[in-house]
Design a protein around this ligand. Structure first.
Ligand SMILES: *[C@@H]1O[C@H](CO)[C@@H](O)[C@H](O)[C@H]1NC(C)=O
Ligand SMILES: *[C@@H]1O[C@H](CO)[C@@H](O)[C@H](O)[C@H]1NC(C)=O
Ligand SMILES: *[C@@H]1O[C@H](CO)[C@@H](O)[C@H](O)[C@H]1NC(C)=O
Ligand SMILES: [Ca+2]
Length: 344
């Protein structure tokens, strides 16, 4: 019982503890001081009667209690049974999933390495999701790119969006779970952080490298009502570290109402430990993120993930002023890039 209890959710244990441990029944009346012996004979009958009643009552009580216990135990057992079987199924599912993705990754790596040995020119190199797409990888998900000496790129995990608007997108940023803090320092933003299937920043060094040829940026935004919008920019580029990963953007297109990124065009990247903004304030510290802070924001896509959006005090949420204004923190954001000349 205890073992099952331990393996099931903690609340169940509390359940059991509350209902299985003897409930507080009315205590037997506290023993009065023994009546004086002279009265003993007269009351004997009465006392016996009372004793019998008490005995009956307590046997009734214990019977009731037993029944109730049994009922509760069986209910709890059933719930636990259900829980554990759904847990078992869940774990089998994740096991299968991870095996599948492992196999997938292995196949990917092998195929990519094979392809890599054949092609050693930069034009044919597999260095992002668009080159994977051109090699007929059409399923969105995690891919492992092999290192490339020619391009000077390390082995790297990427998440490819192979469906949206023709596919071939390498996701460089995602906010959806709120489980990863984006209030990180320069080094973290440089190398990237988070988890590739959840919330992450691909890393300024990687984004810089991936945007060295003409690149398009797509920003997807979702609010807490489930409304989804996008903004796209031609000629996206990130400078190198000596240029403080400065942002360059071309013209906006999309359906998000108003652009909120051009304000950050031609602006250096700032983090809490590196103030490169155009303001007396320290924008990164005020807005709690790493971003191309100007003075300070028209959007703050690496801000704080506020549950259910509204945050009126600090303007440090995941904002896009051109859609929901400065005090509405979005539910989900993805930033993704692909070469300008990509042909689906
Ligand atoms: C006690 O219970 C028995 C049967 O269960 C019954 O015959 C008897 O009358 C009860 N006594 C009292 C005092 O209620
Ligand atoms: C942006 O739009 C303007 C006006 O429509 C155009 O002249 C310019 O060439 C465009 N810039 C880019 C980078 O596409
Ligand atoms: C962004 O800044 C660069 C550099 O100043 C400029 O050439 C480009 O036209 C700007 N983009 C837009 C859309 O204004
Ligand atoms: Ca400043």
């Amino acid at each position: 019982m205890l073992k099952r209890c331990l393996s099931a959710g903690g609340w169940l244990c509390i359940f059991i503890a509350v209902f299985v441990s003897p409930p507080v029944w009315p205590q037997k009346p506290p023993k009065h001081k023994k009546p004086a012996k002279l009265k003993a004979v007269a009351c004997c009958e009465e006392v016996r009667e009372l004793q019998a009643q008490t005995a009956n009552l307590s046997s009734l009580l214990s019977e009731l209690r037993r029944k109730q216990e049994q009922d509760w135990v069986s209910v709890v057992m059933q719930v636990m049974e259900l829980e554990s079987s759904s847990k078992r199924m869940e774990s089998r599912l994740t096991e299968a999933e991870s095996k599948f993705s492992q196999m997938n990754n292995q196949i990917d790596i092998m195929q990519l390495q094979a392809a890599q040995t054949v092609t050693q020119t930069s034009a044919d190199a597999i260095y992002d999701c668009s080159s994977l797409y051109q090699r007929n990888y059409r399923i969105s998900g995690v891919y492992k790119l092999p290192p490339d000496d020619f391009l000077g790129s390390p082995e790297m995990e990427v998440f490819c969006d192979m469906e949206t608007s023709g596919g071939g997108w390498t996701v460089v940023q995602r906010r959806k779970s709120g489980l990863v803090s984006f209030y990180q320092d320069w080094r973290q933003y440089k190398q990237g952080f988070g988890s590739i299937r959840g919330d992450f920043w691909l890393g300024n060094e990687n984004i810089h490298r991936l945007s060295r040829r003409p690149t398009r940026l797509r920003v997807e935004l979702e609010d807490w009502e489930g409304d989804v919008r996008y903004a796209e920019y031609s000629h996206f580029a990130l400078g190198n570290e000596r240029n403080s990963y400065r942002l360059f953007l071309g013209n906006y297109s999309g359906n998000v109402g108003n652009d909120a990124l051009i304000y950050h065009n031609n602006t250096a990247f700032s983090t809490k430990d590196k103030d490169n903004d155009n303001c007396l304030d320290k924008c990164a510290q005020l807005r709690k993120g790493g971003y191309w802070y100007n003075c300070c924001t028209d959007s703050n896509l690496n801000g704080v993930h506020y549950h259910l959006g509204e945050h009126t005090k600090h303007l440090d949420g995941i904002t896009w002023y051109g859609w929901h204004g400065s005090s509405y923190s979005l539910k989900r954001v993805e930033m993704k890039i692909r070469p300008e000349d990509f042909q689906p």
